[in-house]
Design a protein. Structure first.
Lengths: 113, 115
């Protein structure tokens, strides 16, 4: 069984936080959810891309994924968009085609943002 | 026959009628003899707990009571985001948390999200 959670919004969006809370809950029960970042959500894992809510840091909480032994996040980037660089954690850069192929093997997908 | 968990994240008065769509899906799943393990209300979906007399909320309660299906509402979002009184939820709703949903999701064949 595999489950993935797609984040598609800005760090400051309420829905982003709902998604992160869901992601961490899935991780806490040993489901090893796959985080996927699309579009504006890329910035969530960039240096200087952190956001705060109720005293919580979005990026520090993403760091918990490593403690839960979750797979490294997929960041979906196509074309000439800058892929290198200043990520706060190890990620895997994939394109849309690869994402589409991999999603066929994932039974449960949730989307936020 | 599959086991399912539904995730409802749309308010009962949303103009996109996601709540009604989710209920229609739930009814169809039960009619097809799939096992609906839980309906979890998250995000704006917790507003079903504020509007006991809303037709969508009433329809969910009637469906849940008829088929003995847990309607669980995220207590954290209900209290901290929408300031709902968890002691005054509509009859068929119970408060719970993401961990309970995650554990149910782990055990079901499918999770279907409506937002």
């Amino acid at each position: 069984m595999t489950i993935a959670l797609i984040q598609n919004g800005a760090a400051s969006d309420q829905d982003t936080w709902y998604g992160q809370d869901m992601l961490l809950s899935l991780a806490s029960v040993d489901l090893y959810p796959q985080l996927i970042l699309l579009g504006a959500a890329h910035a969530q894992l960039r240096q200087d891309g952190d956001a705060q809510s109720n005293g919580r840091s979005l990026q520090k909480r993403y760091g918990l994924l490593e403690l839960y032994d979750c797979p490294k996040p997929w960041v979906v980037i196509d074309g000439n968009t800058e892929a290198a660089g200043d990520w706060i954690m190890e990620v895997e850069i994939i394109d849309q085609q690869t994402l589409a192929e991999r999603l066929t093997d994932i039974q449960k997908v949730l989307r936020y943002g | 026959m599959a086991s399912l968990a539904l995730l409802v994240e749309s308010a009962p008065d949303a103009t996109d009628y996601r709540s009604e769509l989710a209920l229609a899906y739930a009814k169809a799943a039960v009619a097809a003899e799939h096992h609906l393990r839980m309906v979890f209300f998250y995000g704006a979906g917790v507003l079903h707990g504020k509007a006991a007399d809303h037709p969508a909320t009433q329809a969910w309660c009637e469906f849940a009571e008829q088929h003995d299906i847990p309607l669980m509402m995220c207590a954290t979002v209900a209290e901290q985001v929408y300031a709902l009184d968890l002691n005054a939820l509509p009859s068929a709703f119970q408060s719970g948390g993401l961990t309970e949903f995650a554990m149910t999701a782990a055990e079901t064949d499918q999770v279907v999200q409506f937002k």
